[in-house]
Design a protein around this ligand. Structure first.
Ligand code: TXA
Ligand code: MG
Length: 316
């Protein structure tokens, strides 16, 4: 918390209480926050992002008590997972309480809840005294921001205040697990893996139509094209890069000898890779290239979350 002053924090909390929008760091990506209990404030999030109103928002809390106040049922699985993984990059979708306005949940009877680990997000929720509805702080379908500069270049003055906490640690969005209706469905993979969830609560299902785009989808993160740079992105398994155009190769283990191609190496471990990925995509996307090629990742559980984001980015 040493990163922002008490005066700035109070100004941000006041913005939230007055119905404004504040971008803030979480450990995953930057969020675009508003008072989750104020429908007029929440509408501004959708406007600023250019996000369809059919996409539900995650509500960020700073205590279990606050989490429980937002749901009509707090199942034992939620208790176990919260004890193990909160604060942290896990969103739980639960049956909502009446206090949560329909605009937050896109009219669904469920709400996504998460207790972020970043000290600035926790301090902001505490100072504002209300839960924060917050999607990633970027224009709809773009690459999520992992720095305050990314937020500024994507949203500009559509946001009242940006709290700068430096680059985020995790680097990709939270795992989203639905516990609604007595089922356990992994809606979005993240750095808290399916194996880690199953170790706590037993078998977790995968959504049936993972790749099917549909308007009223209960989980917009599952839309095929999401998390995309505007530059075409290709996943390359064999080192064969396009011969034409200006491009970049983002690799982990195997570089390609091509003097005309920008070469970017990412860390070889999943956590290090995830932490850097979006910053690299933001930078290359701004470089006016014809393509961004990315070395295919191993087909193993610890790479599932980043592979998911890359496949979506490549599906444009
Ligand atoms: O790490 C994160 O989750 C970041 C930070 C800011 O917390 N937030 C984020 O929000 O990625 P957003 O809006 O970009 O993605 C929200 C995801 C959606 O893709 C959807 O899958 C899920 O959360 N979600 C939220 N509420 C839901 C609900 N009621 N039912 C099903 N899915 C829901
Ligand atoms: Mg997003």
């Amino acid at each position: 918390m040493s990163m922002i002053s008490a005066a700035l924090l109070e100004r941000a909390a006041q913005q939230i209480r007055q119905g404004g929008l504040v971008a803030f760091p979480t450990e995953t990506v930057y969020g675009l926050g508003a008072n989750a209990l104020d429908p007029e404030a929440v509408v501004k999030i959708f406007q600023a992002k250019g996000r369809p109103s059919t996409s539900p928002l995650i509500v960020h809390v700073d205590s279990l008590e606050m989490a429980r106040s937002l749901v009509s049922r707090w199942p034992s699985e939620a208790e176990k997972l919260a004890a193990k993984f909160w604060p942290g990059p896990l969103t739980l979708v639960l049956e909502k309480a009446a206090v949560v306005p329909p605009v937050v949940t896109a009219g669904l009877n469920t709400v996504g809840l998460r207790m972020p680990a970043h000290p600035i997000s926790r301090a902001l929720i505490r100072a504002a005294g209300v839960p924060l509805a917050a999607p990633s702080a970027n224009r709809f379908a773009g690459v999520s921001p992992t720095t305050a500069a990314h937020v500024r270049s994507s949203l500009g003055d559509r946001v009242d205040l940006i709290l700068d906490g430096g680059p985020t640690d995790v680097g990709i969005e939270s795992t989203v697990l639905s516990l609604a209706g007595g089922r356990r469905i992994l809606l979005r993979p993240g750095m808290i893996s399916r194996e880690m969830l199953e170790a706590e609560i037993g078998a977790v299902e995968l959504p049936e139509n993972l790749w099917q785009p549909c308007d009223a989808h209960p989980s917009p993160g599952l839309h095929r094209r999401h998390y995309s740079p505007t530059t075409p992105l290709l996943l390359i398994g064999d080192g064969n890069l396009p011969s034409a155009g200006k491009g970049a190769y983002v690799w982990r283990l195997n570089p390609v000898e091509r003097k005309d191609v920008i070469s970017v190496q990412l860390p070889s471990d999943p956590a290090g890779y995830a932490a850097r990925l979006y910053a690299v995509l933001h930078e290359l996307d701004a470089a006016g290239l014809d393509w961004i090629a990315v070395e295919k990742l191993p087909d193993s559980p610890e790479w599932e979350a980043v592979t998911d984001r890359l496949k979506r980015a490549a599906a444009a």
